[in-house]
Ligand binder design. Structure first.
Ligand code: NAP
Length: 344
C-alpha cells in the first residue's frame, strides 16, 4: 500500500486538506510502503506551545501530561490548538516502507531527529515518562510516522542527543539569519539569549563583519550579563518586547540613533510584532521566527505606522539548515558550553 507523498492519506478531518491543516489525522502504526515508523524517545515541544500549556495548567506536571495526552489522543498529532504550533522529536527508526528502502540514507535502528513539525506528524503516545519543564522536553513511550516528504537528520555522533535535539529544534532561525544578514548590516535580535536567539546572535555577528552591528534584546539582567559575556552582540539592551515604544527608544539608542536593517524575532510570547517592526528602516527586513507571531498584527501594524518593510515568516526549513546550525555548535566553544549547560 502506497500513501501520498505528503501524507494526505492520513487526514481524517476535514477531508481534502494536508496533515498540517487537518484537525485530526490517523496515527495508525501500520505504515504505508512510503512511510517510516519511528519508536519515539522524546518530544521537543515548541517553546510558544509549551509556555502556553504550562501557563494554562499552572505549571502542574500531571496536568501538563494529561493535556498533552488529550491533544494527541484527539488529533493524532501534537498540535497545540491554542498556539497552532508543534515541535519535533527524536527516536529510533523501527520500520522503513519498502518503497523508501533505496531512497533513504537511514537504516533500521538509526537514531534520528525529525525536521518537520509535530503539527503534521502522526503520533501515538503510550506513556509520558518525564517532563523537563525548563527545556520544553517530554520523554515518552510512543510511535510516530514520517511521510515520504518528511525531513529528518541522523543524530550526529560528536554531540549528545539532547544537545543535538535542542539545536535542531530551532535550526531554521540561524540558517535563515545566515542568508538574510549581509556585511555592514545593523541587526536587532529580540529574545537574543533564548535558544534560537543566541544562535541567531552568533550567526549575525559573523555575517555583519567589522562594519556592522548586532544589538541583542533580553528580558532579564541575568541574561543581559550572560549575553554580554559571549561577545556575540555589540550591544545588549534590557527591554520588554511587548512594549514597542520602550523597545524602539532603547534599540535606536544602542544603534547610535539609526534605524536597523534587519530585526529578528525569537521571543516566545504574543504581541511583539510592533517591537520588531518599529525599529526598522524603510525597506528593512523583519524576520519573525516566533510562533507567537500574528500575521494580522504584523501586517496591519506595519501598515498602520507607515513602514514599508519586508515581513519574513520563519519557515522552519531552509536548505542546509540542520548542517548550518550544528556547525555553529561545533565551531563555537561558547555556544556549545551554553547549550550543554542548558539542554544536555
Ligand atoms: P526560548 O529559548 O524560550 O527563547 C525565548 C526568549 O524570549 C527567552 O529568552 C525569553 O526570556 C524571551 N522573552 C520572553 N518574553 C519576553 C519579553 N516580553 N521581552 C523580551 N524577551 C522575552 O525559545 P526558542 O526555542 O528560542 O523559540 C523562540 C520562538 O521561536 C518561539 O516562539 C518558538 O515557538 C519559535 N519556533 C519557531 C520555529 C519555526 O519553525 N519558525 C521553530 C521552533 C521554534 P525568558 O526566558 O526570560 O522568558
Amino acid at each position: 500500500m502506497i500513501g501520498y507523498k505528503y501524507g494526505a492519506n492520513r487526514v481524517i478531518e476535514p477531508e481534502g486538506v494536508l496533515p498540517q491543516t487537518a484537525f485530526k489525522i490517523s496515527n495508525d502504526t501500520n505504515i504505508s510502503d512510503n512511510e517510516i515508523l519511528i519508536d519515539v524517545q522524546a518530544l521537543n515541544i515548541d517553546s510558544a506551545s509549551f509556555t502556553q500549556i504550562e501557563k494554562a495548567q499552572n505549571g502542574d506536571v500531571e496536568k501538563i501530561k494529561k493535556y498533552i495526552m488529550d491533544i494527541v489522543e484527539l488529533r493524532g498529532k501534537m498540535h497545540n490548538p491554542v498556539t497552532g504550533s508543534g515541535g519535533m522529536l527524536i527516536g529510533t527508526v523501527e520500520k522503513i516502507g519498502k518503497n523508501l528502502l533505496k531512497k533513504t540514507n537511514i537504516n533500521i535502528g538509526d537514531k534520528i531527529a525529525t525536521l518537520v513539525s509535530l503539527t503534521l506528524t502522526p503520533l501515538k503516545i503510550y506513556r509520558i515518562k518525564k517532563i523537563y519543564k525548563d527545556i520544553d522536553r517530554v520523554e515518552i513511550d510512543g510511535k510516530a510516522v514520517l511521510f515520504e516528504s518528511g525531513l529528518y537528520v541522523k543524530l550526529p555522533s560528536d554531540l549528545s542527543e539532547n544537545l543535538a535535539l535542542a539545536v535542531l529544534d530551532v535550526a531554521g532561525a540561524p540558517a535563515q539569519t545566515s542568508k538574510l544578514v549581509k556585511p555592514g548590516d545593523s541587526v536587532l535580535i529580540l529574545g537574543a539569549f533564548g535558544k534560537s536567539g543566541v544562535l541567531c546572535a552568533y550567526e549575525a555577528k559573523k555575517r555583519v563583519g567589522p562594519t556592522g552591528k548586532v544589538v541583542g534584546l533580553v528580558a532579564s539582567e541575568k541574561d543581559k550579563e550572560s549575553l554580554i559575556k559571549t561577545g556575540f552582540c555589540n550591544e545588549v539592551i534590557l527591554a520588554n518586547a511587548v512594549k514597542p515604544l520602550e523597545v524602539l527608544s532603547k534599540a535606536l539608542e544602542a544603534n547610535n540613533g539609526k534605524e536597523f536593517d534587519i530585526s529578528i524575532n525569537c521571543v516566545n510570547v504574543e504581541n511583539t510584532e510592533m517591537s520588531t517592526i518599529l525599529p526598522l528602516r524603510d525597506e528593512g527586513i523583519a524576520y519573525f521566527f516566533s510562533m507567537a507571531t500574528s500575521f494580522t498584527k504584523a501586517t496591519l501594524g506595519a501598515e498602520g505606522v507607515g513602514k514599508d518593510v519586508k515581513l519574513y515568516m520563519g519557515n522552519g526549513y531552509t536548505k542546509g539548515h540542520a548542517e548550518i546550525a550544528l556547525q555553529e555548535i561545533r565551531e563555537s566553544k561558547i555556544l556549545r558550553e551554553i547549550f550543554e549547560k542548558r539542554y544536555a
